[in-house]
Design a protein around this ligand. Structure first.
Ligand code: SF4
Length: 395
């Protein structure tokens, strides 16, 4: 396969666990950083089970808190990547960095490593909400980190904010959006807080200590976000993501367009266009396996044609650009798609646009993207699918 793909590296260390977070991360294990770095380099040298692609145009170092690694450790990982993959077309190299956890001199060192995009987890500018979320930084720390990144020459910065937080008013959210827009990052991810099983937030909700805002509030804040950020020159290109022209996150677009990507590190996933596989979700287990020269692979599944179709629909409909009903979904032409889905296209006439072989949602439709995708998935064009293959567990 010649098309370039993405490459993800997972660094699972965090200084403390945020109350809402279900990413794989561990707190208080910094003594393992050196061994983890060596293990990731060993995994890259072992060869990724995903055979494609060799050409990489985006790298995303996420976590966890990868900014806890020294520049020398990041350099060693990137050198290993460069030794095994073709990086001649690398366009985007992102590092996640938490405000307040950036060592002096790091920003300049990251720039010299070729890191050209930072993703910073501000989450809120309200001290009480930051405490509720279990974040360690303050609003002032976020502002200082952003200014320092600009001074170091970063001209492509994403900032994350969270809405739908218990106790958060629409005025507070408006104030956060306005404050961030004034800073003029190139990209903004504005996520609705969800209760993930097993998190501290989940425990509090189940024990009645905290009540999540009503669904209507969530919807109103999403509309508020689109309208405000749109007016500030940030186009919403995915349900939760906004960018200045040309500044969409190319790496995430690989995921959302169901394109191939590699993954290294504990709990990392990868996809080669047909098979998705994932690593063991355990720091010690991951490191020990690689120290013994063994693969950290925990499982893999060969997606059936119908599963691939469903994923393309579910993610494609969350993108403002939508999805091609021919190239991506496999219909012969727009008429064939319209014939198969005549009833649904009628039912969702206000929400769905089918134009020039492209299916997309209106802004109102994007509010219901998941429900609409579920309706389309419930009526699969089975004649387009080859014989299905089920999931396979290994290791
Ligand atoms: S810093 Fe990020 S990865 Fe770490 S616990 Fe908080 S949200 Fe999760």
């Amino acid at each position: 396969m010649d098309e370039p793909g993405g490459l993800y590296i997972h660094i699972p260390f965090c200084t403390a666990k945020c109350h809402y977070c279900d990413f794989y991360s561990v707190a208080g294990r910094e003594e393992m950083i050196g061994r983890l770095v060596a293990a990731i380099i060993a995994e890259i040298a072992l060869g990724d089970p995903a055979q494609a692609p060799r050409k990489i145009d985006t790298i995303f170092i996420g976590g966890g808190t990868p900014s806890l690694l020294t520049p020398g450790q990041l350099e060693a990982i990137l050198k290993a990547v460069g030794d095994h993959f073709d990086l001649s077309g690398l366009a985007e190299l992102t590092l996640e960095a938490n405000p307040g956890e950036i060592a002096p001199g790091s920003l300049e060192a990251w720039r010299s490593l070729g890191i050209n995009r930072l993703s910073m987890g501000f989450q809120s500018f309200q001290p009480d909400l930051l405490r509720f979320l279990g974040r360690l930084h303050s609003p002032e720390t976020s502002l200082a980190a952003f200014d320092a990144a600009r001074r170091a020459g970063f001209d492509n910065i994403n900032a994350d904010l969270i809405f739908n937080v218990p106790g958060q008013s629409r005025e507070q959210w408006q104030s956060d959006l306005a404050r961030l827009a004034e800073m003029e990052p190139e990209h903004i991810s504005a996520y609705s807080l969800t209760v993930e099983p097993g998190t501290e937030l989940d425990r509090k909700v189940r024990q009645g200590e905290v009540a999540m805002p009503p669904q209507e509030m969530d919807r109103e804040m999403l509309i508020q976000t689109w309208e405000f950020l749109g007016a500030q020159g940030y186009a919403g290109y995915e349900v939760s993501n906004y960018a200045r022209p040309g500044r969409q996150c190319r790496h995430n677009l690989h995921y959302w367009r169901i394109e191939p990507y590699h993954g290294f590190g504990p709990a990392a996933h990868r996809f080669d266009g047909a098979v998705r596989s994932w690593n063991i979700r355990h720091l010690d287990g991951y490191v020990e396996r690689l120290e013994m020269g063994r693969s950290p692979l925990a499982g893999r599944e060969l997606l059936t044609a119908q599963e691939r179709y469903n994923e393309k629909l579910a993610f494609g409909l969350r993108l403002r650009e939508g999805i091609s009903v021919t190239a991506a979904l496999g219909f012969e032409d727009e008429r064939a798609f319209a014939g198969h889905y005549a009833e649904l296209l009628d039912r969702w006439a206000e929400a769905v646009v089918l134009e020039q072989e492209n299916l997309s949602l209106t802004r109102a439709g994007l509010l219901m993207a998941d429900a609409i995708a579920a309706d389309f998935m419930a009526l699969p064009p089975t004649d387009l699918f080859a014989a299905g293959v089920g999931a396979t567990e290994v290791a």
